[in-house]
Design a binder for this molecule. Structure first.
Ligand code: ADP
Ligand code: MG
Length: 231
């Protein structure tokens, strides 16, 4: 599904080139649940943005569904964002002028989901996230954690094939965070490919693979599933 080959990302200042990502080689198959970890500033958001077609590498090849993304047309990008890729942003990026309900509903309108089905999907998500009473509020009237939940609801509403989640639980309590991880696990079991960035060791293990990004370089490992022991 995702193939990154010798990906570099850098920014040039007057006399200096700053490398954010260095020689990233990565393949992610459909159905995987990958956790990306690494210190702040390691390039995790940059990598996720490149995979999600929100940013472009300085060098290297990115193939999405075996198609090169190097010269992809804007129209095709919009199509991918509308129908295939869900994004949970680190900084939420909710639409301030829209209510909670409208924020969650909007991507479904773009996707062409019918009114009745949209209502059912949004109602279910509001219920699941305990936000029914907040549905007519605007993002600025919510706590950080509540905004994060709206961002998650919006991203998964259209059941994208690929979900990119940039620290989706960063502002949630542990119990809420676990609820979100269980939800992601269920979505993954239903076939959604998920790539999440997390600082939480416990949450990283919900994935089947952990990628450590250190100084723009990748270290890859499989999550060992320990058998439950019944005493
Ligand atoms: N437009 C930019 N120009 C220069 N440096 C940038 C730009 N965007 C991000 N960076 C730098 O890239 C590094 C990696 O950022 P980021 O991908 O957000 O890291 P992470 O998500 O792992 O914390 C940071 O040091 C950040 O300051
Ligand atoms: Mg980040």
């Amino acid at each position: 599904m995702i193939k990154l080959k010798e990906i570099y990302k850098y920014y040039d200042a007057k006399l200096q080139r700053t490398f954010i990502l260095k020689d990233i080689n990565l393949e992610i198959k459909e159905g995987e649940f990958v956790s990306i970890m690494g210190p702040s500033g390691a390039g995790k958001s940059t990598l996720l943005n490149i995979i999600g077609l929100l940013d472009e590498p300085s060098e290297g090849e990115y193939h999405f569904y075996d198609e090169s993304m190097a010269k992809i047309k804007e129209k095709k990008k919009v199509e991918y964002h509308r129908n295939h890729i869900g994004f949970i942003f680190q900084a939420y990026h909710l639409i301030e002028e829209m209510t909670v309900y409208e924020n969650i509903e909007t991507p479904l309108i773009y996707k062409g989901v019918k009114n009745k089905e949209r209502k059912a999907i949004v109602a279910d998500l509001l219920d699941r996230f305990n936000m029914v009473a907040k549905k007519d509020l605007f993002p600025t009237q919510l706590s950080g954690g509540q905004q994060q939940l709206v961002g998650i609801a919006r991203a998964i509403a259209g059941k994208p094939k690929l979900l990119l989640a940039d620290e989706p639980t960063g502002n949630l309590h542990t119990t809420q965070g676990r609820m979100i991880m269980e939800l992601l696990k269920t979505l993954n079991n239903e076939g959604m490919t998920i790539i999440q960035v997390t600082h939480n060791q416990e949450f990283a293990k919900y994935g089947n693979r952990i990628i450590n990004l250190v100084d723009g370089l990748v270290e890859d490992s499989k999550v060992e599933k320990t058998e439950a022991i019944n005493i």
